[in-house]
Design a protein around this ligand. Structure first.
Ligand SMILES: [Zn+2]
Ligand SMILES: [Zn+2]
Length: 342
């Protein structure tokens, strides 16, 4: 079967590899749609955190497809079923799992290999983080469950209350999912900022009340004007740069919350004025990944049309064009997600 293997920074090749064997509790899926993700782009551009992974590695983690082989001991799945799975499954036994922080599991099982004709889901993933896809949605929409799951985990902690004003930094796929979920959580007004007009256009179509192109106007000044000088009740950073993490702290009102959502390059630091936390009582928090419950909830929200993921898909390409797909995503920022079809 064909699969995309990452050999190092910007070194992505489609090769023939052996079909995976299906063992106890496992299943094999024919991938029908795999979507690109900001994390994949970061890995393609600058590599994994050293030591975490050995090259070459099969690439991609957002996918949906049809069950083609069911391993022994799996009773709820049948050949031909449309399924999707998350890219992780916690161990349920470590200290973090026992405390209920499944997303922080110390022995997390990760699943890679979405950019391929077939993908094998290991037993733990089949057990904890796989669902049948509701008939109302396409494979492409189901593939976008993973980023929405991460956004749900973040937005639950961001403490948005009915009538709040929210500022979102970044109108990429993650920022646009935050926009939609923040509205559903009760935000009355949302301002979103980015450097790309096409992305801000999509944000407006998805319900943004105000947009700011940070190339032309300062999002900090704009949110102040928008809120009679106070700042937003909740600010969400959805880019992953120390500069925008710090910018978020300048956009929040006293007593408000800042969710630093985007993962910054390893080893980076930011400066926080102590007065902001003390006199300003600002809550600042980060979130990482999601739990299996969030994955399940995310799929349901896509299926019910509560969160729209179709506007995030801007292009479709074939598996053998995958290198071009990632070159496009690193150079032009007007694309959001590209669907890879094998
Ligand atoms: Zn992703
Ligand atoms: Zn664990």
């Amino acid at each position: 079967m064909e699969a995309a293997l990452l050999y190092g920074v910007k070194n992505l090749r489609v090769e023939n590899i052996d079909m995976p064997e299906v063992g106890l509790g496992e299943i094999l899926v024919k991938v029908r749609a795999a979507t690109t993700c900001g994390t994949d782009v970061k890995i393609f551009q600058r590599g994994y955190v050293s030591g975490v992974i050995q090259y070459p590695t099969v690439f991609g983690h957002e996918w949906a497809g049809d069950v083609v082989k069911v391993g022994e001991g799996v009773s709820w799945l049948k050949e031909g079923m449309r399924v999707r799975a998350g890219n992780s499954a916690p161990c349920l036994r470590c200290k973090m799992c026992q405390k209920g922080n499944y997303n922080l599991c110390e022995n997390m099982m990760w699943l890679w290999g979405a950019y391929a004709e077939y993908i094998k889901a290991p037993a733990r993933i089949v057990m904890l983080n796989m669902q049948e896809i509701p008939l109302s949605i396409t494979y492409e929409e189901a593939a976008v469950t993973e980023p929405l799951a991460c956004v749900l985990h973040g937005i639950e902690k961001a403490n948005i209350k009915l009538g709040d004003t929210v500022a979102i930094i970044g109108a990429g796929p993650i920022g646009l999912l935050h926009l939609q979920t923040a509205k559903k959580m009760g935000a009355e007004k949302i301002m979103i900022s980015d450097l790309v007009d096409e992305r801000l256009q999509v944000a407006q179509e998805l319900g943004a009340d105000e947009t700011a192109n940070a190339k032309r106007e300062d999002p900090v000044e704009k949110i102040k004007r928008f809120t009679d000088g106070y700042g937003a009740d909740v600010v969400i950073e959805a880019i992953g740069l120390p500069a925008t993490w710090e910018q978020a702290l300048k956009m929040v009102r006293k007593g408000g919350t800042v969710l630093e959502f985007g993962g910054c390059p390893p080893g980076t630091e930011i400066t926080v004025r102590t007065e902001l936390l003390h006199y300003g009582e600002v809550t600042m928090l980060g979130t990482f990944h999601a739990t299996p419950a969030h994955f399940k909830k995310a799929l349901n929200l896509i299926a019910s049309g509560t969160v729209k993921v179709k506007p995030l898909i801007t292009r479709r390409m074939k598996l053998d064009e995958i290198k071009d797909a990632f070159e496009i995503l690193t150079t032009s920022k007007s694309d959001l997600k590209i669907v890879i079809h094998s």
